[in-house]
Design a protein around this ligand. Structure first.
Ligand code: 5AD
Length: 339
């Protein structure tokens, strides 16, 4: 599929054609990665951040939120929950901060999780912390790293990330992570102010070029306490998000694709299910201690933000089975094979 064909799909509202796209994406998903839905427990370790990303609610410039970093015991309790629910991986996510999360401290956390949950994959989502930190954490036992590109268009990237050295540095960080031996996930927000159909099509092509193990996409959700929160979004809707998931599945058949919280935030009723039936095969339930969740507002009213992990997990596993899918067993490693 070339750029023009991707753009054609992104723009179409022909329902019969879309039915064939959904069917094809679902068939490729079933054939290439199977019916299992892999669950990864998300731990929002810290909302401290030195970056000024123009879209993100926990950007350094937002002085209206109080900042926290979980203590080691709180992280371990969250991991224990994920382990108890049988999740194959735990994702440690935070704003970007070397002061708040010193490299050595994170390494110690990783080693402790490894000791207690040897069967789980450890996934990090801690921003661009540099090659040295990436290596230290890999040696400590981390397996995967999530770092979204946010856009494949360097000009748009600059607008999204004031004070950032630039798109090439994000690309270089992704390469470093791959060379160090992580399974690497990336992705973009959909429908940011100023984005074009050509930009989004190029994003989808880039997922393939980068040979990613995981691709996470979700709609841009304006956050009022950010510079971009007052601009007009473009196509940050559910249909465009679902098309992006389906097209990603067709271009990267074996990649792991989450049905994201941002998608569920714009369709609380069935966002997760719709993503899963149009190409996605992963969900990342939040296992952060509830009292911290409102403070990790990267976008407003994250879905299920305050629901207890136990309740969410029970309902989720039921919903997965009701769809005729199974709950993943084991780590759910990347099966990617490009070319
Ligand atoms: N809307 C949607 N997604 C957002 N993210 C950050 N801010 C927003 C927002 N306002 C996404 C980014 C980031 C991920 C952790 O959350 O893509 O990489």
């Amino acid at each position: 599929m070339n750029r023009a064909e991707i753009i054609h799909w992104l723009r179409t509202s022909d329902e019969a054609a879309l039915e064939s796209l959904w069917r094809e994406a679902d068939a490729v998903r079933r054939r290439e990665v199977g019916d299992a839905v892999h669950l990864r427990g998300l731990v929002e370790v810290s909302n401290q951040c030195v970056r000024q990303c123009a879209y993100c609610g926990i950007r350094a410039g937002n002085r209206t939120i109080s900042r926290y970093t979980l203590r080691l015991e709180e992280i371990l309790a969250s991991v224990a929950l994920a382990q108890q629910f049988g999740y194959g991986s735990v994702v440690l996510q935070a704003g970007e901060t070397s002061q708040g999360l010193p490299t050595e401290w994170v390494a110690e956390v990783i080693r402790e999780i490894r000791r207690r949950a040897p069967e789980m994959a450890i996934t990090l989502s801690l921003g661009e912390r540099g090659e040295k930190a990436f290596e230290t954490w890999r040696l400590a036992g981390a397996d995967r790293y999530l770092l979204r590109m946010e856009s494949s268009n360097p000009t748009l990237f600059r607008k999204l990330h004031p004070q950032h050295p630039g798109w090439e540095f994000r690309l270089a960080a992704l390469k470093q992570l791959q060379e160090i031996g992580y399974e690497v996930g990336s992705g973009v927000m959909i429908g940011v102010p100023g984005e074009t159909w050509d930009d989004l099509a190029a994003d989808i092509e880039m997922f393939r070029t980068l040979e990613l193990d995981m691709v996470g996409v979700g709609p841009f959700l304006p956050h009022p306490q950010t510079p971009m929160g007052v601009e007009k979004p473009t196509f940050n809707d559910e249909l465009t998000t679902l098309k992006t998931i389906a097209l990603t599945r067709l271009l990267c058949p074996r990649v792991n694709i989450p049905s994201t919280t941002a998608l569920a935030a714009i369709d609380r009723e069935s966002g997760h299910e719709r993503g899963l039936s149009r190409g996605a095969n992963v969900i990342m339930p939040n296992v952060t201690p509830p009292q911290y969740r409102q403070l990790y507002e990267i976008y407003p009213s994250k879905a299920n933000t305050l629901e207890a992990a136990e309740t969410f997990d029970r309902k989720l596993q039921e919903r997965i089975r009701a769809m005729g899918r199974s709950v993943g067993v084991g780590r759910g490693n990347s099966r990617r094979k490009y070319k």
